[in-house]
Design a protein around this ligand. Structure first.
Ligand code: DMJ
Length: 472
């Protein structure tokens, strides 16, 4: 069945891409026959179709609900999250008019003076990260003004006794709330805050982000492991589980990526200590697959076999930090889970071999890691993985106007929601995977992505200058 669907897909693809290729005059003739180029152009066409649906049914709101052809906002007022998250993908794919329209709206019509208690982690990676990449790509000083205004409204959150930000900050009043956060929410700020310090030459942003990372790291156990939940006022741990899953993931991701972009050796040292402890205590082989479950952070005792689809970010960071072998092994684990269902469940028990929470929200991580591994190893099996993921996403998530999430990967029951990271990450990484060799062969080496896939050119950030501007 799966084979028949794939064959049908390949045929359809050839015809659906033909027009688009002919309408892309800048593409050299010799590339017209490349399957990868056709797939890249198909992702671009699908991104445009999805963007048009957002504009038609949800313009001005945070999220498109594609099945009811309506919208949803995260708070009482919209923060315009989908367009800000979409900007760098639209720009990268050459959908310049669409990107320009977002930039104009941000500059001319958007005010951050909103009486909203915003989740600091989410707005950091999506809004601040999105605005920073908008400035990086447009060079428009008015975008930077809006970005600084937004970041300054975030800053009161970092004013806690530990330096770990509160869960919420009110964008109008600066009032903070929520004194218990997970580690990803506690310490995933060095990247965006570092970029902002570089642009503004004001180290206060990076210093705040780094203080939060160090506050978590300094509370590690004798095994050099951190736990999952922490109190921002007392610094006391509120859980004892250590893992690389959702709830901690980007804490690790940002140590390495921030080091990569700015060259702060202290972050590299934190990464080296952390990754050694992870590999000493967490991974295990089960049924021929490499797994990273959960352990007690003080004893190292294995406590749980529950993993989350967010964990598929880990092969990417392993690969880019030089551990291609483990990256390849762990990608295979996630590829097996994906192929068991045709999509992957949000939460999965790898010993019971069944989902604990079967939702798939169009998440990007497995696609992201396939892109990194394809680039780093040059092996075609990673391209084949990307093709499979794209084919399945179209099979099970494509609808008449856009793409939707799935309530249960065992039944493929649709869910009326298209998260903003589908624009920012999933579509972008699919496009980059297919465009990689022929259209954007140097893109990977020239950029570092934030955890929401907003790209930053390495050439922008001179390491000596970064030391001065970020204050390390
Ligand atoms: C994204 O919002 C970010 O990548 C975050 O770090 C965790 N994963 C979601 C998408 O799955």
């Amino acid at each position: 069945m799966r084979f028949i669907l794939l064959t049908a897909f390949a045929g359809l693809l050839f015809f659906s891409c033909k027009t688009d290729i002919q309408q892309t005059p800048e593409l050299p003739k010799a590339l017209e026959d490349s399957t990868k180029v056709k797939l890249a152009l198909e992702v671009k066409a699908e991104t445009k179709r999805t963007w048009d649906a957002y504009k038609k049914y949800a313009w001005g709101h945070d999220v498109l609900k594609p099945l009811s052809k309506s919208y949803q906002d995260w708070y009482e007022e919209s923060l315009y999250i989908s367009p800000i998250d979409a900007y760098s993908s639209l720009h990268l794919m050459g959908l310049k008019e669409e990107a320009q329209e977002i930039e104009n709206y941000v500059v001319d019509s958007l005010s951050w003076d909103k009486n909203i208690n915003a989740k600091i982690f989410e707005v950091n990676i999506r809004i601040l990260g999105g605005l920073l990449s908008m400035y990086e790509l447009s060079g428009n000083p008015k975008v930077l003004e809006k970005t600084v205004d937004f970041a300054d409204r975030m800053m009161p959150a970092f004013n806690s006794p530990t330096g770990i930000p509160y869960y919420y900050v009110n964008l109008k009043t600066g009032e903070v709330s929520g004194n218990q956060v997970n580690v990803a929410e506690a310490a995933s700020y060095t990247f965006e805050m570092g970029v902002l310090s570089y642009y503004t030459k004001d180290p206060k942003y990076y210093q705040a982000g780094k203080k939060a990372t160090k506050a978590v790291f300094e509370r590690r156990s004798e095994l050099d492991l951190i736990a999952e939940i922490i109190n921002v006022e007392t610094g006391a741990w509120k859980s004892n589980q250590s893992h690389i899953c959702a709830g901690i993931d980007s804490y690790y991701e940002y140590m390495y990526k921030s080091y990569l972009l700015f060259g702060d050796q202290e972050l590299k040292d934190i990464w080296d200590t952390s990754i050694a402890a992870i590999h000493k205590h967490i991974p295990e082989m089960y049924n021929g697959n490499l797994h990273y479950g959960r352990v007690h952070f003080e004893t190292g005792e294995h406590t749980s076999d529950v993993i989350t689809l967010y964990d598929a970010f880990f092969p990417a960071i392993l690969a880019v930090s030089g551990d291609t072998e483990r990256a390849a092994q762990y990608q295979k684990t996630w590829d097996n889970i994906w192929n068991k269902y045709g999509l992957e469940p949000m939460i999965y028990d790898y010993k019971k071999e069944e989902p604990n929470y079967p939702v798939y929200d169009l998440n990007p991580e497995i696609v992201e890691s396939a892109y990194y591994l394809y680039h780093i190893t040059g092996k075609d099996n990673y391209l084949e993985m990307s093709k499979q993921y794209w084919s399945d996403i179209k099979e099970y998530c494509k609808d008449d106007v856009a793409f939707h999430s799935v309530e249960d990967v065992r039944t493929m029951k649709p869910k009326d929601y298209m998260p903003t990271f589908f624009f920012a990450e999933t579509l972008k990484y699919l496009y980059l995977s297919f465009a990689h060799d022929d259209m954007l062969p140097t893109y990977f080496d020239e950029h570092v992505f934030n955890t929401e896939a907003h790209p930053f050119a390495r050439a922008t950030f001179n390491k000596d200058e970064a030391r001065k501007r970020l204050g390390f």
